[in-house]
Design a protein around this ligand. Structure first.
Ligand code: NAP
Length: 369
């Protein structure tokens, strides 16, 4: 599977600028500046890790959102994944504000097709936001039963050509830029992938310089449909890839071959998946079949070990070159950077963990097991 850096093979200047934005020199290796330094404030560029903007202006407010973006940028992250709908429609504007003066050195991915809750100062989403944040702060477990009402605040399925143009113009205004690097269909139903007129309109936007790459960001089943339909101009696939669906991720990477640029999202399974991921690592750390040295390394099953396993399995194990994660907390940012910089696992150990998880997944899916 290609990396996001391979998309500009015919444009050496743009390719080199983007390589350096992503921390690789023009030979495609991580540059010396690409070495991740954890003392935030040192200018280092991190390849492999992108900042997911879904929780900006939603799970946290403006001050924390800007602080998280600042920490990520200072630590060298240059890939930002957003969508028109994120942060009740306010995440893109915050990102645009933050990136003022930094645009040429970053890669922006955004999406269309899901609209945020109706705008306006008195919309239900806006009125509920502080209440929801407060509730999640005192009772994080409330997220599960809030998911339904919160999802009802967004409106999906807006994939007409007029929707595309209106959404992109709103994104460009909010992001304070005249182009986005990646524009993806956001959670489309599979039937949308057959709409020739939509993909023709997307290609016109690429020709006009408003979009560099066209993508689909969706659940694995829809990505499978995209791989079957192969709509004209589709270059980029973004899909969830975490400890609970590594098999699906592996299948998609195999099917995509070298034709697409892949990005993994949702690597920890969202806030709710973090505890489950750690439980899985704890189980592996006591399983009699696990080699003794590996058991020791897995035993803490903390944020650092979780990051190490997840990020290195997805990038090194499955070969997806870039992972976008939510990292609002500085300790998560640090753990994720450290994991990609220097894994405690060698490649044999990572292969062992990958095989163990894949065979557990397979056994769980076998009827009667
Ligand atoms: N269809 C789509 O297009 C789609 C779907 C899902 C996701 N995405 C993209 O992917 C991004 C990430 O996905 P996500 O937000 O769903 O979930 P995620 O990144 O899998 O999980 C985020 C949760 O994990 C925590 N975390 C991060 N690093 C950690 C670590 N080392 N140890 C323990 N916990 C850690 C985060 O905490 P803090 O944030 O509080 O630090 C947050 O609670 C989104 O922001 C979005 O850009 C796209």
């Amino acid at each position: 599977m290609k990396t996001i850096l391979d998309g500009e093979a015919n444009d050496p200047d743009a390719r080199d600028a983007r390589r350096s934005a992503l921390g690789r020199d023009s030979e495609g290796e991580r540059s010396s500046a690409g070495e991740v330094k954890l003392g935030l404030g040192e200018a280092a560029v991190v390849a492999g890790l992108g900042f997911g903007c879904a929780a900006l202006m939603g799970r946290v407010g403006r001050k924390e959102s800007l602080a998280a973006l600042g920490a990520a940028y200072e630590a060298g992250i240059r890939f930002f994944d957003s969508a028109r709908s994120y942060g009740y429609g306010e995440a893109e504007a915050l990102l645009g504000e933050f990136l003022r003066g930094r645009r040429s050195g970053v890669v922006i991915s955004t999406k269309f097709g899901v609209l945020p809750a109706a705008a306006g100062p008195m919309s239900a989403a806006r009125r509920l936001k502080p209440l929801v944040r407060g509730l999640l702060h005192v009772a994080p477990g409330a997220r599960r039963w809030l998911q339904g009402p919160l999802a009802a605040q967004r409106s999906s399925g807006h994939f007409s050509v007029a929707d595309l143009h209106a959404s992109l113009e709103a994104s460009l205004r909010a992001l304070r830029t005249d182009y986005v690097d990646v524009l993806s269909l956001h959670d489309p139903p599979p039937s949308v992938l057959e709409r020739g007129e939509l993909f023709a309109a997307l290609q016109d936007l690429v020709a006009a310089g408003k979009v560099r790459w066209v993508g689909v960001a969706a659940e694995p089943e829809v990505i499978e449909s995209a791989l079957a339909a192969r709509p004209a101009g589709l270059r980029y696939l973004q899909f969830p890839c975490n400890l609970f669906n590594l098999g699906l991720g592996q299948r998609l990477v195999g099917r995509a071959g070298g034709d697409f640029i892949a990005i993994a999202n949702h690597p920890f399974g969202g806030p709710a998946g973090v505890a489950g991921g750690k439980r899985l690592l704890s189980l592996l750390s006591v399983a009699p079949a696990t080699p003794a040295g590996l058991r020791e390394k897995l035993r803490p099953a903390d944020d650092a070990v979780l990051a190490d396993v997840v990020l290195n399995l997805v990038t090194g194990g499955l070969g997806v070159p870039t992972v976008v994660a939510s990292m609002l907390h500085m300790e998560h940012l640090r753990a994720n950077l450290a994991a990609l910089r220097n894994s405690r696992f060698d490649s044999k150990e990572l292969s062992w963990i990958l095989e163990a998880i894949l065979s557990t997944e397979a056994a769980a899916m076998t009827p009667g097991s």
